[in-house]
Every structure is written in structure tokens, then in C-alpha cells.
Design a protein around this ligand. Structure first.
Ligand code: PLP
Length: 467
């Protein structure tokens, strides 16, 4: 296959993509397959001889789509969305066509400069103070790992990266039980240890209790630990919990601790000024992550980290050997020095395309609709026999339980969830909240309509009527 063939097959792929997206409402949302079925359709070993693209494309159509869960399905209400607006898909195609490795300014000047401008556009769109700069990572997990490595090194006065952790004081990090497992993972990978990530009690609204944070730091300092940083969440994964950002940042700042806010999902909603009260005080944070690849419509993968001052992170992760220097431009921003990998994709292009193709007004309208439809659908579910809302909508996420008389609610809810996802019209997932197995509903798919959302109570009624 050469570049002339690529033109022909790109055209075929575009036609297939249009038909695929048009067919989504007729497809079951969650893949209706079992482990091993797809692998068994592939030969045991790689082909020796080149194959015709027509045959490869036919196999793709026969094997892949039916064995995929359709994240762009308008009735995908599981996890959080992984939205890919058509404009961001186009940008990815163009970035693929150029296929640059954007590790340094000089290896991809446009990619680096558009990244700088997109960080500014997004910072302003989210209403953040103009002292923030930032960068793009693949995922929130990597951004959080970067922030936690920075917390570690700042607390150790950069001795960890030079000498290793052996012989250094034992560090402590603080987060609430509602923070995402990526924080636990980062504590493990950073060599701090998961047991030194202290989970602070939450108050009755499921946010971190600032007084408990203060006491934990005092107790740890007295016991000889070195507190290094606080990780706060805005819109946690399980039920959308948010820590009281202002009060917790005040506690952390009074102790000179580095702070990171995980707003991976909810950050996108901050393009709407009316939701910003959720993170009042955010401008005092050192680091903030949000995923435009979740709710904003920028194709996966794309995680934006805002930094009040990039220097501590660059001091922690940046290396500039001779072969990575840009002759005559020592002051140039090379984003690989801000992030874990050296190699970088041109992710800023899809942000640029998305913001321009829909405008902030169009994106705000989508998010406002999702929040309002989530509230409406929670209200309808609360009126269905045997259903209770377990946690009220946090933005567009809520949870419910199925509690038929005489049955164990956790078991009944789990069984119902399997029936919902086998039915295929909608896709929902579960969480455990205060010992209860509950079903999560998040409304946020880029193309979903009010009718798609109202399919949720219809499916619940259809599956439980007479049962
Ligand atoms: N933080 C929160 C609140 C999340 O919901 C998620 C994923 O859903 C993550 C972090 C991890 O995101 P990523 O897949 O970009 O690493």
C-alpha cells in the first residue's frame, strides 16, 4: 500500500465512518460478545506475504465493529463519556497525515505553539486566573503522576531524583476516599507508597473535611512524616463528589504543601460560569487536570494540566541532553520537559478544531442540556415503582438502586444492571457507595438528545414490569 492507495482507502474509511455513526442507534451500546471470540477469528501468526487492502478492510468490517462497545453511541451513559466530536476526528486525521513527533519545539513548531495557545484558550474558557500556564498529557493519570512526582521532589528539595528515595524522610500525601484510583496508582509509582496516601474523612456531602485534613497533617508531622501534598477532587468518578476546594487549599497552603486538583470529568463543565461555584478557590491550586476527551468533545486522548508555576514540575521531570538541545534557542519551551514521555503527539490540533467548529456557546449548550436532562431523568426514575435515587445529580451524574420488596437491594440492582446491558438500548455501569451497589447514570455523550436520555426510564420500566 502506498500513498495513492491511502487516498482511495481514506475515502472508503470516511464513507464507512459516516454509515457507522448513522447506524449507532440501531446497535447495542455495550459489545455483545464474550472473551476470546475476537481473538479466535484471527490467524495464529502474522502473514508472510503482503495482503490486499480490500481483504483487510472486509475483515475489519466483519470482525471489529460488532465486537466493540460504542463510546460514541448517543445512549452511552456508562463511566464518563469519551466524546469525539466530528471536528476533532478530522483534526486527528490531519495530525495522522503529518505524523510528527512533537517532543521539541523544533520537531513540530506549529504543534508546540498551538498547544501554548490552546492552554490559554482553555484556561480563559474555564474562568481560571491568567497566571496559569500548562501542557497536554495523554491522560489524567499521567498528569496526576506528574503532579505527585513534583510534590515528592519539592518536599525532598529535589534530592529524590538525584539520590533516590532510600534514606529520605517518609512522605505523606492526602486525598479523600472519593478521589480516583489514579491517585493511588501515582502514590505507588512515585515510590511514596499507597499506605502513605492518607484518605481523609469526608463530610455529609462527600467532600473532604478540611478540619480532618488539618489534624491529619499535624499528627503526621508530629510522628516524623514529611507531608508533601494534597490532591483534591472536583466531580469524583464514583458519585461526582467534590471537595471544598477553597477551605482545603487554605489548609494546604498554610502548611506550604503542593496542591493538585483532579477535575478530569467536571472540569469541562466550568466553561459554564454557573457551575464554577463548585471549585471556588481553584486559582490558589498549584496544579489542575481536566480531560477535554471526556465531556468537551475532544477525541481521546487529551488531558490538560494547568500549572500555577511550571518550574517545580520541569525541575522534577525535565532533562536536556545535548541531542535534545535546540541550537541557538535555549529558552524555548519544549513540552517533553513538562511531561513523563519524551515523544509527544500533536494533540492541540483537535482542541483547536473542536473549539472553533462548535464555539464555546455550542459546547456550553450541550453541557447545560446534559445537566438539565440528568436532573429530569433522575426525577422520573424516582417515581418508578421500586426505584430510589441513591445520590442526587452532581452536574450530570447520579446513582440509583432497584429495591423490589422482599429482595436484597444490592443483588437485585446488580442483576438488573446485567439485564439492562444485555438489552443493549442503553449502557450503564455500577459503583459501590456507602456499602450499596448502585447504578451510575451520567449524561454527557456529544450527540445524545433528550429522547435518548428518556430511553433510560423506559428501559427500566420495560425490564422490571411484572418482575
Ligand atoms: N480522575 C477522574 C475523576 C476520572 O474520572 C478518571 C477517569 O475516568 C481519571 C482521573 C483517569 O482518567 P484517564 O483515563 O485520563 O487517566
Amino acid at each position: 500500500m502506498d500513498h495513492k492507495d491511502l487516498r482511495k482507502w481514506s475515502g472508503e474509511a470516511a464513507k464507512w465512518a459516516e454509515d457507522y455513526h448513522a447506524s449507532l442507534r440501531e446497535r447495542p451500546v455495550r459489545a455483545q460478545t464474550t472473551p476470546g471470540v475476537t481473538a479466535a477469528k484471527l490467524p495464529e501468526i502474522a502473514p508472510e506475504a503482503a495482503e490486499d487492502m480490500a481483504a483487510i478492510f472486509e475483515d475489519f468490517k466483519a470482525i471489529v465493529p460488532d465486537a466493540m462497545t460504542h463510546w460514541q453511541h448517543p445512549r452511552f451513559f456508562a463511566y464518563f463519556p469519551g466524546n469525539a466530536s466530528p471536528a476533532s476526528m478530522l483534526a486527528e486525521q490531519l495530525a495522522n497525515a503529518i505524523s510528527a513527533q512533537a517532543m521539541l519545539w523544533q520537531t513540530a513548531p506549529a504543534a508546540n505553539e498551538i498547544e501554548e495557545v490552546m492552554i490559554r484558550w482553555l484556561r480563559d474558557a474555564l474562568g481560571l486566573s491568567n497566571h496559569f500556564t500548562g501542557t497536554i498529557h495523554d491522560s489524567a493519570t499521567t498528569a496526576t503522576l506528574s503532579a505527585i512526582l513534583t510534590m515528592r521532589e519539592r518536599a525532598l528539595d529535589w534530592k529524590g531524583i538525584a539520590e533516590g528515595l532510600s534514606g529520605q524522610p517518609l512522605l505523606r500525601l492526602y486525598a479523600s476516599a472519593e478521589t480516583h484510583s489514579s491517585v493511588d496508582k501515582a502514590a505507588r509509582l512515585a515510590g511514596i507508597g499507597q499506605n502513605n496516601l492518607v484518605k481523609i474523612d469526608t463530610d455529609f456531602e462527600n467532600g473532604m473535611d478540611p478540619a480532618a485534613l488539618d489534624s491529619a497533617i499535624t499528627a503526621d508531622s508530629a510522628a516524623g512524616y514529611l507531608p508533601a501534598g494534597v490532591i483534591l477532587c472536583v466531580g469524583g468518578t464514583s458519585i461526582g463528589a467534590t471537595d471544598p476546594i477553597n477551605a482545603c487549599l487554605d489548609v494546604a497552603k498554610a502548611r506550604n504543601l503542593y496542591t493538585h486538583i483532579d477535575a478530569a470529568w467536571a472540569g469541562s463543565a466550568m466553561i459554564c460560569p454557573e457551575f464554577r461555584a463548585l471549585w471556588t478557590g481553584v486559582d490558589k491550586a498549584d496544579s489542575i487536570v481536566f480531560n477535554p476527551h471526556k465531556w468537551l468533545g475532544v477525541q481521546f486522548d487529551c488531558a490538560v494540566q494547568f500549572l500555577a508555576d511550571p518550574t517545580p514540575q520541569i525541575n522534577t521531570m525535565g532533562l536536556r541532553p545535548e541531542y535534545l538541545k535546540t541550537q541557538g534557542a535555549e529558552d524555548i519551551v519544549n513540552y517533553n520537559e513538562w511531561t513523563v514521555p519524551l515523544g509527544r503527539r500533536f494533540r492541540a490540533l483537535k482542541i483547536w478544531f473542536t473549539l472553533r467548529a462548535y464555539g464555546l456557546t455550542g459546547l456550553r449548550e450541550r453541557i447545560r442540556n446534559h445537566v438539565s436532562w440528568a436532573n429530569k431523568v433522575a426525577e422520573v426514575i424516582s417515581t418508578l415503582p421500586d426505584f430510589t435515587i441513591a445520590t442526587a445529580p452532581a452536574l450530570s451524574l447520579f446513582t440509583f438502586q432497584y429495591v423490589p420488596e422482599g429482595q436484597n437491594p444490592n443483588e437485585a440492582t446488580a442483576k438488573l444492571l446485567e439485564r439492562i446491558n444485555n438489552d443493549g438500548r442503553i449502557y450503564l455501569t455500577q459503583t459501590l457507595h456507602e456499602g450499596k451497589f448502585v447504578i451510575r447514570v451520567q449524561v454527557g455523550q456529544f450527540d445524545c438528545t433528550r429522547d435518548d436520555v428518556m430511553m433510560i426510564p423506559k428501559v427500566l420500566s420495560d425490564l422490571t414490569r411484572g418482575s
